[in-house]
Design a protein around this ligand. Structure first.
Ligand code: ZN
Length: 419
């Protein structure tokens, strides 16, 4: 049996507990309530392990590649550089991604993985993951890529899923085949105006990439999938930035979850997803960092703040997304999106012991008035004291912190940068 207490415990499924503790045994939470444990963290908050619902761990060192370029040139930079490394480097990079998630208080990721490298990486570091293997139609192998890599995704903390990449790289039959596997499914939908122009009639800046894409669909990805009965409960759709009211309704009535990635959408110039409208319509919304290929980091605290800034700026009202709402997106919202809400996402007896301890010492939010606001506005990876997955401490500040993982990933980045 293990127990940890702190000045505050934020169960998320109930009110904050001042001076609370969490106890767990055999990987499951047995007790959450007031009272001090033998191990107490001063000036800290214990919260459910954060859920990063959309990541690409194998792009952990792709920071800054093609920054500021239009999409067609941006993607070429990425493809050209990616061809310089092999599976060993890919896995080293994914391990760094998993390490950075744990160091950011993340205990679960929904990761879309091109090579499957995220599977062994998450298994090695003990990060809980659904690894959605990416498939494409344009490479001519469709599900063969999935079959070739699926054995790599194995391990106690890892679940296999599949990700038809997007309606502009996958034909609808590939989506149908993916659903037929009965696995968790993720995809990218309605990310940008340029994407929608291409899908509508093959026009716009993406016409230059026509060789890599099946064909325009005459409609948006959301509408095309809906018409074919391929918008289904359990599907996790990243982005959904450019959506109209009818598309929001289609997502809501089909119970498709949206992984909101505000920093990625901003930096690629795609826009701001209508999070308040999506939530008001009943769409399950989660939070994702995407990867350093588009956003600067796997820092989910930065993502939380970006979600709040952009929602309030877009709606021009301060209650468009409260700190408490945002924290729900990154905990129980993420769990629900990934279909794991019975197991994770809140500090609830019976659920898996996934938790994060965050120090607020010396922050502008200490002494703590509102713990959710303190976590969302004051949190950062440098304040994460400990990350526990399934009852096992997978990260503790000041200990080890994976020097070898960092050096091998850095060597892989050097290769990516060398023509
Ligand atoms: Zn993505």
């Amino acid at each position: 049996m293990s127990s940890l207490s702190a000045d505050w415990v934020l169960p998320v499924d109930g009110p904050p507990i001042a001076g609370g503790h969490v106890t767990w045994e055999d990987g499951r939470i047995t007790e959450v309530g007031p009272g001090r444990a033998a191990r107490h963290l001063d000036d800290a908050v214990i919260l459910p392990g954060l859920v990063n619902a959309h990541s690409h761990l194998e792009y952990a060192v792709y920071g800054g590649f093609g920054d500021g370029l239009p999409f067609a040139r941006w993607i070429l930079v990425h493809m050209e550089r990616k061809a310089r490394i092999g599976p060993v480097e890919m896995e080293a990079i994914a391990r760094l991604g998993a390490a950075e998630c744990l160091a950011s208080g993340v205990t679960t990721v929904g990761d879309c993985s091109f090579t499957g490298a995220a599977g062994p990486a998450c298994a090695a570091l003990g990060l809980r993951a659904i690894v959605y293997l990416e498939v494409f139609s344009h490479d001519g192998v469709g599900l063969e890529r999935f079959e070739a890599s699926r054995a790599r995704v194995d391990g106690a903390s890892v679940t296999l899923g599949i990700s038809p990449h997007a309606p502009y790289t996958c034909d609808l039959d590939l989506y149908r085949e993916a659903f037929a596997l009965g696995l968790p499914v993720a995809t990218h939908l309605n990310e940008s105006r340029d994407e929608l122009d291409w899908l509508a009639d093959g026009t716009g800046p993406w016409a230059a990439l026509a060789h890599a894409m099946p064909r325009p669909l005459g409609r948006s990805g959301i509408r095309a999938l809906a018409e074919q009965g391929l918008l289904r409960k359990g599907l996790v759709a990243a982005h959904c930035v450019v959506v109209d009211d009818e598309e929001i309704e289609l997502l809501a009535e089909n119970e498709v979850a949206v992984a909101h990635c505000p920093r990625s959408n901003a930096l690629l110039g795609c826009g701001i997803a209508p999070v308040a409208e999506l939530r008001a319509a009943g769409v399950p919304v989660a939070l994702g960092t995407d990867s350093p290929a588009s956003a600067p980091s796997f820092d989910l605290f930065e993502e939380l703040r970006a979600a709040v800034y952009f929602a309030r700026a877009r709606e021009r009202r301060p209650d468009a997304l409260t700190a408490e709402d945002a924290l729900r997106l990154a905990t129980i919202g993420g769990a629900r999106a990934l279909g794991l809400e019975a197991e994770i996402g809140s500090l609830t007896p019976g659920k898996r012991a996934d938790l994060t301890a965050l120090s607020l010492a010396g922050s502008p939010y200490h002494p703590v008035e509102d713990p959710a606001a303190a976590v969302v506005f004051g949190g950062s990876p440098s304040r994460v004291l400990e990350t526990v997955v399934d009852g096992v401490t997978r990260y503790r500040q000041g200990e080890d912190e994976w020097p070898e993982v960092r050096s091998t990933a850095s060597a892989a980045r050097a290769r990516l940068l060398t023509p």
